[in-house]
Design a protein around this ligand. Structure first.
Ligand code: MLT
Length: 273
């Protein structure tokens, strides 16, 4: 589906169209970098009986256009809120993986009243270190010089467990293709937005909605201690570790991922059902 929000065309999936699901709590799935909404394919299918699942392509990613204003975590969050407005949705469960988590923090800061619950997947609260910022600039230059295929090659080994990379060739190939087909300008803009994102650590103590933190046990990109910090700093948060998964547990182990999300919705967000 496609709608014009904040002056640009945004593509999204919305599996909550049927009358029987229209009363369900909307669940917004925000993808990470350098990806698009298709990374949530197993969730838009597998969670549709538990929530109204909405998955946008962020600006400059997948099929969404790249607007001319500066891309920041706040701008991405504004875009997500623009989509909720366009769909007449007041409150939603906001879920984000990695960069999607950075955006979820920005969304919460801007519009806490519109957040029914949070699901934070393989993400971190802190800002980039000076070395991290340099790495963003290097990757943006690489994307511009050699295209997003070069970014895909660099990222792929960190995204999946060695076991999956060795034994599930289609999973690795599909992920490489998904990263490689992202538009250069969207990838470069996301890198600069991540470089300049604020420290969300002070936000954690302000979060007062049910929060599920999920982490792939073998994530090399963001260590599990970052999710332990989220669990310890957000009141009442629960942490679920997904075995045999690296940076994208929703993609690598969708059945286990969907199980913990459904359990969370049933026990902690009962009005969502
Ligand atoms: C992501 O998966 O969204 C990014 O790798 C996050 C990051 O680089 O900080």
């Amino acid at each position: 589906m496609q709608t014009k929000i904040r002056g640009f065309e945004m593509q999204y999936d919305d599996t909550g169209g049927a009358p029987s699901t229209s009363l369900r709590m909307p669940l917004v799935l925000i993808h990470g970098f350098p990806l698009d909404r298709t990374i949530w394919a197993e969730q838009t299918r597998g969670l549709a009986d538990a929530a109204r699942v909405i998955a946008p392509d962020l600006r400059g990613c997948g099929g969404s256009a790249m607007p001319p204003d500066a891309t920041t975590m706040d701008a991405y969050a504004d875009d997500v809120r623009g989509l909720l407005d366009a769909l007449n949705i007041q409150r939603a469960i906001i879920a984000g993986v990695s960069m999607g988590g950075y955006i979820a923090f920005a969304f919460y800061r801007q519009s806490a009243a519109r957040v029914r619950a949070l699901i934070l997947v393989d993400t971190r609260a802190g800002a980039d270190s000076p070395e991290g910022k340099q790495g963003r600039d290097d990757n943006a230059a690489l994307a511009r010089a050699e295209g997003t295929g070069a970014i895909a090659e660099r990222m792929l080994p960190k995204m999946l467990t060695p076991q999956t990379a060795a034994t599930r060739a289609n999973v690795a190939q599909d992920l490489r293709a998904l990263m490689a087909r992202q538009p250069v300008e969207g990838v470069a803009a996301a890198l600069i937005a991540m470089r300049d994102r604020p420290d969300s650590t002070p936000t954690l103590a302000q979060i007062s909605v049910p929060t599920l933190v999920i982490h792939g046990a073998e994530d090399q990109l963001i260590p599990v201690k970052e999710s332990e910090l989220l669990r310890d700093s957000i009141r009442g948060a629960r942490l679920e570790i997904i075995p045999h998964a690296a940076h994208l547990p929703n993609y690598e182990q969708p059945a286990a991922f969907n199980r913990v999300v459904k359990e969370f919705l049933k026990t902690r967000v009962p009005s969502a059902n």
